[in-house]
Design a protein around this ligand. Structure first.
Ligand SMILES: O=C(O)[C@@H](O)[C@@H](O)[C@H](O)C(=O)CO
Length: 494
């Protein structure tokens, strides 16, 4: 440590080299009379601070050789946010494309930053849903800490966002906002009535008649008596379709407004407020999208983005399933509606949708929000398959045995029987599983079960070895992400 501290003091860290300490050169930062550096030692990542002044005094750590060695703790992250504002998340508004790069492991953000740096798009590095927190056993504090330290590690100063993703409950909204999350994705699925889709026309009409007359006439006047004028969108309301849309979305619109009034308008800072109507059984027609957006605008609800459920299927970790021509037609309308109401179209489960990325880039004119998350976990699994075949085999086997449990959390149409049996695959070919959709989804949706699996003695069955392997392969993992996420960005036109 003495040599390193000397090197930092001299201002020339390139003169330092040690087999047991890896220096993240881009992290070297001066704050007043203190210099700060992030390193990886045999005991994990550490902050090294030398000099004097408030930063030196406030970071909690151990005094060593005239410097301070500080852990990457939650408290120290809060201190960094105070002195280095770029390490705190920010809202982006609607004038720049954004990409959600949810990191379930807390180790993917450096690779994400390397991929996105210098491009015409900003990263939402800290993005997790409550479902993900529950499945990984993490907290929003952990998620923000990991993103902030990644930003410091990479010396990335262009800003990053933090998305409380798929929030349904007020207590979760309060939790995310209290911690400083800068984006809030309101999941309205529990207020969307999916039963309507399966009703007959007569049943729909009867249910609709039960709604207050004033509500019915409000909708009928607005959507049947006046044709919406949205350049680029094909919108045609029929009385039947309108009844359905009102029954499906009216309660959800009330919910969106109530949350906006209680939590967004009252905030003394900017938050990117996203409406998600995608995780539901009901695809969002352009007419339904327009209706929801139009009602929100009339009620003064300002949003950053809207995530409709597109036609076809956006399943996790694999390419788009469906009729691309229909997708293109509807995307053109969805994108035009978003432009009309001055927000961004948001694409959820946006990882690996290579066949439609060019269309998304084209129809949104490059102004979109796209969410990815589990695809970086699959890149991590690919690294394990390459360098630790024994661990990969154990994880794969466990995933097969527990797959049906994971389908309670995610909708996939995986054909488990189509996955080549492990016994028939050589170690060298294990990474190829990550090229095959069924195997991708098998591992994609079982992440929580794998990370939390325990041995009889209570120790982690896979997680410790998994994280150790990834820590040893940090550069390989980052290179995999640059390649994989880079391919997303290229096709999106970024
Ligand atoms: O798995 C989750 O809960 C989330 O990552 C997603 O639903 C997220 O909103 C997403 O779409 C990422 O691709």
């Amino acid at each position: 440590m003495e040599q390193l501290i000397k090197a930092i003091k001299s201002g020339d860290i390139t003169s330092f080299s040690s087999p047991s300490v890896h220096v993240y050169e881009a992290s070297l930062t001066q704050v007043g009379k203190s210099s700060l550096l992030l390193v990886r030692t045999e005991a994990g990542k550490k902050l090294i601070v030398v000099g004097e002044g408030e930063l030196f005094d406030q970071l909690q750590g151990e005094l060593v050789d005239g410097g301070k060695v500080a852990p990457l703790s939650h408290e120290n992250r809060l201190t960094l946010n105070q002195f280095l504002p770029y390490t705190a998340p920010q809202a982006f508004g609607t004038q720049v494309a954004t990409m959600g790069l949810g990191d379930r492991l807390g180790i993917a953000s450096p690779g994400h930053i390397q991929t996105i740096r210098g491009k015409d798009i900003r990263p939402v590095l800290a993005q997790q849903s409550i479902r993900e927190l529950a499945l990984t056993g993490r907290t929003y504090e952990d998620v923000l800490d990991a993103a902030a330290y990644a930003v410091l590690q990479e010396g990335y100063k262009d800003g990053y966002g933090a998305d409380g993703d798929h929030l349904k409950k007020e207590e979760d909204i309060e939790y995310a906002l209290r911690l400083g999350f800068t984006m809030l994705t309101l999941d309205c699925s529990e207020n969307i009535d999916n039963t309507i889709e399966s009703l007959t026309e007569a049943e729909i009409a009867a249910k609709y008649e039960q709604l207050p007359a004033s509500l019915r006439s409000h909708y009928e006047q607005r959507y049947l008596q006046t044709a919406p004028n949205v350049p680029g969108a094909a919108l045609a309301y029929t009385a039947e379709a309108l009844k359905k849309d009102v029954l499906i979305y009216d309660a959800a619109i009330n919910f969106m407004e109530a949350i906006f009034r209680k939590y967004i308008v009252t905030l003394d800072r900017a938050v990117d407020f996203e409406i998600s109507i995608d995780e539901t059984a009901t695809p969002t027609s352009p007419e339904a999208h327009y209706l929801v957006a139009n009602e929100l605008r009339d009620r003064g609800v300002v949003i950053f983005s809207m995530a409709p459920r597109f036609c076809g299927e956006f399943q996790k970790g694999i390419d788009y399933i469906g009729d691309i021509a229909q997708f293109e037609r509807e995307l053109a309308s969805h994108a035009a509606i978003a432009v009309h109401f001055e927000y961004k179209l948001s694409i959820h489960s946006g990882s690996d949708k290579f066949s439609v990325f060019p269309l998304i880039g084209q129809y949104t004119n490059g102004l979109f929000h796209i969410k990815t998350a589990g695809t970086n976990w699959l890149e991590a699994v690919r690294v394990v398959a390459k360098v630790n075949p024994s661990l990969y085999r154990r994880m794969h086997q466990y995933a097969l045995e527990h797959f049906s449990e994971a389908t309670a959390y995610y909708h996939v149409t995986t054909d488990i029987d189509a996955i080549v049996p492990l016994a028939e695959v050589s170690d060298a070919d294990l990474p190829n599983y990550m090229e095959e959709n069924n195997a991708r989804q098998l591992l994609h949706i079982t992440y929580g079960l794998l990370l939390q699996a325990k041995n009889a003695d209570g120790s982690k069955q896979f997680a410790d070895e998994f994280f150790q392997t990834l820590a040893e392969q940090e550069d390989v993992f980052a290179a995999g992400l640059r390649h994989h996420i880079g391919r997303h960005l290229d096709l999106l036109g970024k």
